[in-house]
Design a protein around this ligand. Structure first.
Ligand code: ADP
Length: 703
């Protein structure tokens, strides 16, 4: 509106000034033309010197009401005629002036020579007022003012309309811009109202917002990344130290505080040398120089000093910090305190040395087999025991199995197979075997070890020791021989004693001598006990020598169990013995030895359970197998003892059983006999509630 008004005002003024000037010129021209006409009309009056005619000619000027006065001068310059006629001579010029018209005040006056054929006859003077000019001016000003006012009204109406179409979208843009700047919500968009310039402006504004939003997201992401990084740096277990290229510390995280004892305030701005031990200063500078040259991270072990001046073993990784142009601007130092690890390493080395000396002193050999990549580590002693005197790589077949005594080979191969089966053996390995040297020298070895498994129970490593037990084994064998000989020697007189007792017993029965019958029955029972003991000793000796031989036959289980129970009743009538579900089962086994197994289990059940308690021998058919069990309600066996129960000479040592006699060989014989039958003796027991011993055998087909 303001610009419109100014423009209109300027234009109006220019128009008025122009009109004023041009109208004055027009008036001047009109008067001059009038002058020319009157002058030419006056020639005759002047030539004939007729003042009357001249007066009449001048009177013609009456037609123009703006002509104020006029006069005619003769060639001498004397007033010849005047208009109006009654006009005082004083008001008129005294004589003719220079030719031409000029504005004087609010009048236009001028002289016009009256000429005929180049002869000056006189001069005409005309004076006109300018009211016509002023009227015209007033009219023009009126028009201009009306036009300006009219234009301003139109401009006002137009601006009202344009404001709607122009300022509304602009205001909407302004609102959007405010929301964005106040709420920092760059997802806001201005609504496009049309396809004109404002529409394009809205598009451009929205495009700018999209770019800002994308940049903002990138900034947020970058901030998140850097705060994550900062959190990692702060929570890292390693000291993370930033420094300039001249090793002035610029950052110092919490772990650095923890490891070195200095706070960030104490260290930032300080030289890194403050924590580097004197001897290692050169090393750090050397690595730094290398880092500057090669521009890549480097790790090494150094000794740093903590605040208390204690030397710490540090694993240090230093890497270059680069700016966006790729120039190295600083160094990052990641320091891990490995003092404990180093101490442990030193301890391990010491312990290994102790162990080496101890195994050397104990003449123990060690083996360590990596089952994943198949490497076998046998130490010098272990190789000696297998008669291997080179460092050649070892193989299972050639260097182990083939060096075993042929009678032990199959058993040990099976045992090792079981060691690698976690469920079967728990990975435990404890065996005795013989090795045969190249000079045919036989050595007895005790090997003990353990297999280690992964989560899927796959064996990973097998480690253990080997010990030469030839001497003690030979002594043991001599002892076994001795026991075997004694047992054998005792067997013959005992058989003789038993037959005499039988004869005497039948004689006493005939004589009905109650006392003698009673005494002889007890003697018979004791000889039976001794016979069974001797049988066990003989069995033990045979087992030890590996001389046990099975004589298999097909027999009915029920009948064998019946015999064993009757025999037991002969010895002890103190317990109630029940047999269940054992009819119609035939097996193919060594009848005598399975009888020995059952009789051992039954006599243990009797020995280790109170008088009058119940003992059950039972069978449970399961497909092609029959499970045979002996259950009692006796003292039971603790889980700890259950593990060792089947070892040779193992006896439970507690108050409840210490009065019960025995040698701890019964269950060992049971387990060995069953092993020869490809079966295993098992036990389930709860202390104070009784035990169940059981094993499975193949049912003879067709029963
Ligand atoms: P022993 O001659 O000592 O009985 P065994 O080898 O037969 O030797 O048994 C080993 C140990 O097992 C025994 O000392 C005993 O403590 C325990 N034992 C065996 N059978 C039973 C059982 N039925 N109840 C409780 N303990 C038993």
């Amino acid at each position: 509106m303001l610009s419109c008004s100014v423009v209109l005002l300027l234009m109006g003024s220019a128009y008025i000034i122009f009109e004023y000037i041009s109208f004055r010129e027009t008036v001047k021209k009109n008067i001059s033309t009038l002058g020319v006409v009157i002058a030419s009309n006056s020639t005759a009056a002047l030539a004939f010197d007729s003042q009357k005619d001249a007066g009449e000619i001048l009177n013609a000027l009456r037609a123009d009401k703006h002509i104020v006065s006029a006069s005619l001068y003769d060639s001498n310059g004397d007033l010849f005629a005047r208009y109006p006629e009654d006009l005082s001579q004083n008001i008129l010029p005294s004589g003719p002036g220079e030719s031409g018209y000029n504005f004087k005040g609010s009048f236009l006056e001028g002289f016009q020579p009256v000429v005929q054929k180049n002869l000056l006859l006189g001069t005409l003077y005309i004076k006109s007022d300018l009211t016509s000019v002023y009227d015209q001016m007033r009219f023009n000003i009126l028009i201009a003012v009306s036009l300006i006012i009219g234009s301003l009204v139109v401009a006002y109406i137009l601006s009202g309309f344009l404001q709607k179409t122009i300022s509304k979208p602009v205001l909407a843009l302004e609102r959007t811009a405010r929301i964005v700047s106040e709420k920092h919500d760059y997802s806001t968009r201005a609504v496009k109202k049309g396809d004109d310039e404002l529409g394009s402006l809205t598009d451009a504004f929205n495009h700018m917002l999209t770019q800002i939003e994308a940049q903002n997201l990138e900034i947020i992401k970058a901030n998140e990344e850097s705060s994550k990084l900062a959190a990692i740096v702060e929570s890292s277990g390693d000291a993370i130290i930033g420094s300039t290229l001249s090793l002035i510390i610029t950052s110092w995280n919490l772990s650095a505080e923890r490891i070195f004892g200095y706070t960030a305030d104490e260290m930032i701005g300080q030289p890194l040398e403050k924590i580097v031990s004197e001897e290692q200063q050169n090393l750090v500078h050397h690595v730094l120089a290398k880092l500057k040259k090669e521009e890549q991270a480097d790790s090494f072990e150094v000794q740093f000093l903590n605040k208390a001046h204690k030397l710490l073993d540090i694993s240090l990784t230093i890497s270059p910090v680069k700016n966006s142009e790729g120039n190295i601007t600083g160094v990052s130092h990641i320091a891990r305190d490995i003092s404990v690890q180093k101490q442990n390493e030193r301890l391990i080395i010491e312990n290994e040395e102790h162990l080496r000396l101890a195994t050397q002193a104990a003449e123990l050999g060690t083996f360590d087999i990596d089952l994943i990549n198949g490497t076998r580590n046998w130490d010098k002693r272990c190789r000696e025991l297998f008669d291997i005197y080179t460092d050649e790589p070892l193989t299972f077949e050639e260097h182990f199995l083939n060096r075993l005594h042929e009678d032990d080979r199959e058993r040990i191969a099976k045992t090792i197979e079981a060691v690698f089966n976690k469920k079967l053996s728990g990975g435990n390995y404890d065996v005795e075997y013989r090795t045969v040297g190249r000079d045919k020298k036989v050595r007895w070895i005790r090997a003990k070890g353990r297999a280690f498994f992964n989560e899927e129970e796959k064996p990973l490593r097998f480690i253990g020791t080997v010990l030469d037990i030839t001497r003690s084994k030979q002594e043991e064998l001599r002892k076994n021989d001795f026991i075997a000989i004694i047992s054998h020697e005792l067997k013959t007189p005992l058989t003789t004693i038993k037959s005499y007792i039988q004869i005497l017993l039948s004689k006493a029965r005939k004589e009905n001598n109650e006392f003698v019958i009673n005494a002889l029955t007890r003697a018979d029972s004791q000889t039976n006990k001794m016979t069974s003991m001797i049988k066990d000793f003989l069995s033990l000796a045979r087992i030890e020598e590996g001389k046990i031989k099975l004589v298999k036959e097909v027999f009915e289980l029920r009948l064998l169990i019946g015999d064993i129970v009757s025999e037991a009743y002969l010895l002890h009538s103190s317990h109630i013995i029940r047999v269940e579900n054992c009819s119609e089962v035939k097996i193919n086994a060594d009848r005598d030895k399975i009888g020995q197994v059952l009789s051992n289990l039954l006599s243990n059940a009797i020995k280790y359970s109170p008088a009058n308690s119940k003992i059950t021998i039972g069978c449970e058919k399961n497909g092609s197998k029959v499970k045979i069990y002996v259950r009692d309600e006796g003292v039971g066996i603790s889980p700890g003892d259950q593990k060792s129960l089947f070892n040779r000479f193992y006896r439970v040592d507690n108050e409840k059983v210490k009065t019960v006699s025995g040698f701890g060989i019964g269950l060992y014989i049971v387990s060995e006999i069953l092993r020869y039958h490809n079966s295993t003796i098992m036990v389930e027991s709860t202390e104070g509630a009784g035990s169940v011993f059981y094993f499975s055998l193949d049912i003879y087909p067709g029963t």
